[in-house]
Design a protein around this ligand. Structure first.
Ligand code: OSB
Ligand code: MG
Length: 374
C-alpha cells in the first residue's frame, strides 16, 4: 500500500559540459523538472521528467509537463492509495491523451518510493538480474569528420562498449565512414538520425548500410512505422526505433510490420517503468533485443535507467553514460561512474541507490510548486 502525500515539483538548470547537437536542435543547458515525492509514512524519493525545452524530440516540453503535472496528473495521485506502483499508469492514462513524459515522471517516482519503503534496490523490484550494465555513449553531431573521428577514438579508448553517432543529411555517410575507417571493422558503432530522413533519402541510407553498423536508429518520422518497414526491407542493418515506440502497442506494431528489429526503451517516452517492463517482456518473447536510451538525464533520472537496464533482455549497451560525460558536477552522490570494463555497477542499496544533493538542487532551482492532498 502506498499513498503519495505530497509532490514538490522543481525546475533546475544544469549546464552541459558541451552543447549536444542532434538533427532537430541543440541543447547547451538542460532545464530539468524534478519531483520530490513524499509517502504517508514520511518516506521520500525523487524522480525526473525527461521532457526537453523545445518540442523537437516529442510534442512534450518541460513547460507542457509542468502544466500537465500540476493541473491534471498530480491531483489524481496525491492523496490516493495504490496497492502497487503497477496501478499508477492506468490512473494517469484514463481520459488524458499523451503527456507520457509527465505521466512517467510520477509513475517512476511511485516505483522509487516503493523500493525505498521496501528497503530494496529499484533494480530488484523491477526484476533486474544484472549486477553491471554495459555503457555506451551518444555523440552529438560534430563540425567535421575529423572532429568526429577524434571523439569516437577517445570514446573507444575510454572503454565505452557502444558509440552512437548522431547524423543528419550533410553530416552522415562521410562522417560515419571516417569513423569506421579510424575505429576498425569490429568497433561497436551505430548511427541515430532523429527523424532527419525520408524514403527519398534511401541512397544515403544504403551507403550507411555498407558500414557494418550495429543499427540505425529512427531515420524516418517520429511517429512513423509503415515507412520504416519499407526501409527495413531494403537494408541489412537492423533499424532501431526510438521516437516511434511510445507504448507496448507500438512495439507490437513494429514487430507485426517489420518496421525495426531493435527497440530503444526510454521510460520517459513510454509513460514509465510498467510500460517499459511490458515492452521489454514482449520484445524478449519475440527475440527483439532492447537497450536503454537516454535523454541527458541528471543523476536522478539515470538511477531509473540503470535499474531498468539491469533486466535480462537489455542485451545491448545503453545510452547510460557516467555523470562526468554530461556535467561538471551531478546532483547525486555518489556520481555515476564507468568501470574500466566499460560497465556501470547497478546499486544494491535501498531505493534509487544514490543520495540527492538537496543543497545543490536548492541552489539550482528556478521555480518550485507543492502539490498536496486536498
Ligand atoms: O535520440 O536518443 C536520442 C538526447 C536527447 C534527445 C534524444 C536523444 C538523445 C540522446 C542522448 O541520444 C543519450 C544520452 O542521454 O546520453
Ligand atoms: Mg534516439
Amino acid at each position: 500500500m502506498m499513498e503519495i502525500r505530497r509532490i514538490t515539483l522543481r525546475e533546475i538548470r544544469l549546464p552541459l559540459k558541451e552543447p549536444f547537437r542532434i538533427s532537430s536542435g541543440v541543447v547547451a543547458e538542460r532545464r530539468i523538472a524534478l519531483l520530490e515525492l513524499q509517502e504517508a509514512s514520511g518516506a521520500i524519493t525523487w524522480s525526473e521528467c525527461v521532457a526537453g525545452e523545445f518540442p523537437n524530440y516529442s510534442p512534450e516540453t518541460i513547460d507542457t509537463a509542468w502544466l500537465a503535472i500540476t493541473e491534471w496528473l498530480g491531483p489524481r495521485v496525491v492523496g490516493r492509495a495504490f496497492q502497487s506502483p503497477g496501478e499508477v499508469f492506468a490512473v494517469l492514462e484514463h481520459d488524458v491523451r499523451g503527456h507520457l513524459m509527465a505521466k512517467a515522471a510520477i509513475e517512476m517516482g511511485a516505483w522509487g518510493l516503493e523500493a525505498t519503503m521496501l528497503g530494496m534496490p529499484l533494480s530488484t523490484l523491477l526484476g533486474g538480474t544484472r549486477r553491471e550494465i554495459e555503457v555506451g555513449i551518444s555523440l552529438g553531431i560534430q563540425p567535421s569528420p575529423e572532429a568526429l573521428v577524434r571523439r569516437v577514438t577517445e570514446a573507444l579508448a575510454a572503454g565505452y562498449r557502444k558509440v552512437k553517432i548522431k547524423i543528419m543529411p550533410g553530416a552522415d555517410v562521410d562522417f560515419v565512414r571516417a569513423a569506421r575507417e579510424a575505429a576498425g571493422p569490429s568497433a561497436p558503432l551505430m548511427a541515430d538520425a532523429n527523424n532527419a530522413y525520408t524514403l527519398d533519402d534511401v541512397p544515403s541510407l544504403l551507403a550507411l548500410d555498407e558500414l557494418d553498423l550495429m543499427m540505425i536508429e529512427q531515420p524516418l518520422a517520429w511517429d512513423d512505422l509503415v515507412r520504416h518497414a519499407t526501409l527495413q526491407r531494403q537494408l541489412r542493418t537492423p533499424l532501431c526505433l526510438d521516437e516511434s515506440i511510445t507504448s507496448l502497442d507500438r512495439a507490437q506494431d513494429m514487430v507485426a510490420l517489420g518496421a525495426g528489429r531493435i527497440v530503444n526503451i526510454k521510460p520517459g517516452r513510454v509513460g514509465g517503468l510498467a510500460s517499459s517492463v511490458a515492452i521489454h517482456d514482449f520484445c524478449q518473447s519475440n527475440d527483439v533485443p532492447v537497450w536503454c536510451g537516454g535523454m541527458l538525464e541528471s543523476g536522478i533520472g539515470r538511477a531509473y535507467n540503470v535499474a531498468l537496464a539491469s533486466l535480462p533482455n537489455f542485451v545491448k549497451p545503453g545510452d547510460v553514460s557516467p555523470s562526468s560525460r554530461y556535467w561538471d558536477r551531478d546532483i547525486v552522490a555518489p556520481e555515476w561512474t564507468m568501470t574500466d570494463r566499460g560497465t556501470m555497477v547497478v546499486p544494491q542499496g535501498a531505493g534509487l541507490g544514490v543520495e540527492v544533493d538537496v543543497d545543490r538542487v536548492a541552489d539550482l532551482t528556478v521555480r518550485e510548486t507543492v502539490l498536496r492532498a486536498s
